[in-house]
Design a protein around this ligand. Structure first.
Ligand code: 1GP
Length: 234
């Protein structure tokens, strides 16, 4: 049985962005712990199905990070469901979730459904704009969201989402200190082995996205970097 609780390195592929077969093979065979399929724009059932089928040629676990109800389809190891803790729009906190459960509640395998408590920290990213996230947060605000995720909502994942920009390692460290059971995911701006190593030294799981489409060598180098950091911290 695949267990997301052990994952240290995850590649996030955007179903709306084209990727050649050879490139996909390098990503899937890189030694990463999982492939997360998800994006903010133009995610359709067609492009999700297409990418899932292509990733399924490899043994790596594959997860759908659900952003639209229409794109939900069977065949993934897990369904990660973001709930955006710093959005004031209930649609992104529990509205779409309600819609999806109304539609698929009878046939859902609840073990495969993993809620993620998102805290979006880059004001300029698509996800912030889409969800109306309040990114003008102090560190104390983020600490409170992390504690809310762990102790109030009892979420298995707290995701510091800096998508497109490299985050503040001091902030990530502080959040690390306040979480015991909830897994800390970090994503955003990891475009080198050094940055992958730094964030993997703090967070439980690092998510690497954009660089896959910009510089394949650098993307691949993050896998080894995270493995080294994991070894060093054992
Ligand atoms: C995006 O957190 C991921 O949802 C990864 O961010 O694309 O900046 O690597 P990047």
């Amino acid at each position: 049985m695949v267990d997301f609780q052990t994952w240290r390195h995850v590649f996030k592929l955007d179903p709306a962005k084209p990727i050649a077969d050879e490139q996909l093979e390098r990503i899937c065979e890189s030694g990463t712990d999982a492939i997360l399929i998800g994006g903010s724009d133009n995610v359709t059932l067609d492009n999700v199905l297409d990418l899932m089928a292509r990733v399924r040629r490899y043994t790596v676990p594959v997860v759908l990070e659900v952003s639209t109800v229409e794109s939900v389809t069977p065949g993934f190891d897990y369904y990660f469901i973001p709930t955006v803790l710093n959005s004031d729009n209930p649609l992104w906190i529990k509205g779409l979730h309600h819609e999806a459960i109304r539609e698929y509640g009878d046939i859902m395998d609840w073990e495969e459904l993993i809620p993620e408590g998102y805290c979006i920290l880059n004001p300029d990213c698509k996800a912030a704009e889409l969800t109306g996230a309040n990114t003008a947060l102090s560190l104390e605000d983020v600490v409170a969201y992390a504690r809310m995720a762990e102790h109030f909502f009892r979420l298995p994942i707290f995701y510091m989402e800096y998508s497109g920009t490299y985050g503040d390692a001091a902030w990530v460290s502080k959040i690390r200190e306040v979480l015991d059971h909830t897994r800390l995911f970090y994503g955003g701006g990891i475009d080198s082995a050094e940055k992958a190593k730094e964030m993997a030294g703090i967070a439980d799981t690092v998510v690497i996205g954009n660089i896959i489409y910009e510089d394949m060598e650098k993307a691949i180098s993050t896998v080894q970097a995270v493995a080294e950091m994991t070894k060093e911290s054992l």
